[in-house]
Write a protein that binds this ligand. Structure first.
Ligand code: ADP
Ligand code: GN1
Ligand code: MG
Length: 363
């Protein structure tokens, strides 16, 4: 456990630290909810340690986050949005004015005001929530399209380059670092026979048919906070991978996380399916704000769900073979459970691909 009081003392909170506790279910950063006293009023903030094993250049990452959040706030204020500071993350500066602070062990930390009266979901409850989440991510892409200035830093190069993810799996198979290969023959086979699928979007990008856009790249459902009362998408969070990418990666990851009938790590695969109503709500919500898509993007929306699920399964499998060095795990087979779940969900999408494409075609 880090000394959060000490970390917090680096930031310009203008309030007294009370206590902090670990928060959320993200797989990457160390996230804390920290309570402060400001003239007798209790306020909370999110304080996060950036995972520098995953993000090798945290300072550049924070440069991206600062640019995107400043731009977003400026737009909201221009529009006269009465809740501007609840509709975007805003970075709390450190005492030296930087958007981050360095902890005693050299780690990079940051702080955001806590977005109140809203939450992220690991699992959806209603179609309306799917609609609202997708609408918010589409609006985020729309906003990001207006960003001027230099290209954002690539915080993780080739993040959604699925052929490269498959190559990384093959390297992990060769290395078999922790001798888990014998357990995963079926999963390895499942991935390898889909090599052509892995290359479909990257080939279209290389051919110029699919444009580079500024995208979020981690649009899992719990990275958008929905209003507790209205379910409206209040704030898109987890901006660590906001960088050049394809709109299809964002839509695909929404399908991966918002349309399955189980959680990402559920081991009861008998009830795993894609929920067509949820998928339809995602398409409707996303297309209500992502109004800029070209033909090649539109015709690949349904495929993108399958691709991002396959890619994520490949990543979980690779991490399992490497000994759980990337994703946070709660038990030794967690990554394997996640991989099996994702691959079963790929198979479910393959079975229903005709229906999924028909739903997209109706819009
Ligand atoms: P990770 O990269 O580990 O997923 P996130 O930035 O997504 O880290 O944060 C983890 C969780 O913390 C989120 O899923 C969300 O529940 C919560 N969270 C993050 N930022 C905020 C915020 N500003 N207000 C409220 N909750 C937040
Ligand atoms: C990670 O950080 P989090 O939990 O929102 C991962 C995503 C994966 C996801 C799988 C930077 O997302 O790419 O799709 O886990 N983020 C990073 O649940 O690798
Ligand atoms: Mg997250």
């Amino acid at each position: 456990m880090h000394n959060l009081r000490e970390i917090a003392s680096n930031f310009d909170f203008r309030a007294d630290f009370v206590h902090a506790h670990p928060y959320g279910s993200g797989h990457i950063n160390d996230t804390y909810c920290a309570w402060f006293d400001q003239a007798g009023q209790r306020l909370r903030y999110i304080i996060q340690r950036i995972n520098h094993n995953v993000f090798k250049q945290p300072v550049e990452l924070m440069e991206n986050v600062k640019r995107v959040t400043d731009f977003s706030l400026a737009r909201l204020l221009e529009e006269g949005n009465p809740e501007a500071r609840r509709r975007t993350l805003t970075v709390v500066p450190a005492h030296d004015g930087k958007p981050y602070a360095i902890g005693p062990d050299g780690s990079v930390w940051r702080a955001y005001p806590f977005i109140e009266r809203a939450r992220g979901y690991d699992e959806l409850e209603t179609n309306e929530q799917a609609y609202q989440a997708a609408r918010a991510f589409g609006a985020f892409q729309n906003l990001a399209a207006g960003l001027t200035g230099p290209r954002l830093h690539e915080t993780i190069p080739n993040f959604h380059n699925t052929p490269k993810r498959l190559e990384a799996l093959q390297a992990a198979i060769q290395e078999n670092a922790v001798n888990r290969l014998p357990e995963v023959a079926a999963e390895v086979e499942f991935a390898i026979v889909r090599a052509a699928d892995c290359a479909r979007i990257t080939d279209l990008i290389a051919a110029g048919a699919i444009p580079e856009r500024v995208t979020h790249n981690d649009t899992k459902l719990n990275n958008v906070l929905l209003d507790d009362v209205t379910a409206e998408g209040v704030c898109v969070i987890d901006l660590d991978t906001t960088m050049p990418g394809s709109a299809l990666y964002d839509f695909g990851d929404m399908v991966r996380t918002a349309a399955p009938t189980t959680r990402e790590d559920d081991t009861d695969l008998s009830k795993l399916d894609i929920c067509l109503d949820r998928f339809e709500s995602l398409v409707k919500g996303y297309l209500s704000t992502a109004t800029f898509l070209n033909r090649a993007e539109l015709v690949n929306l349904a495929f993108a769900g399958k691709l991002l699920t396959l890619e994520c399964g490949i990543r979980f499998l690779t991490d399992y073979l490497q000994g759980d060095v990337y994703f946070k795990v709660k038990h030794p087979t967690h990554n394997l459970d996640r991989c099996r779940n994702q691959f079963a969900y790929v198979a479910a999408q393959e079975r229903k691909m005709g229906q999924l494409e028909e739903i997209v075609g109706n819009f």
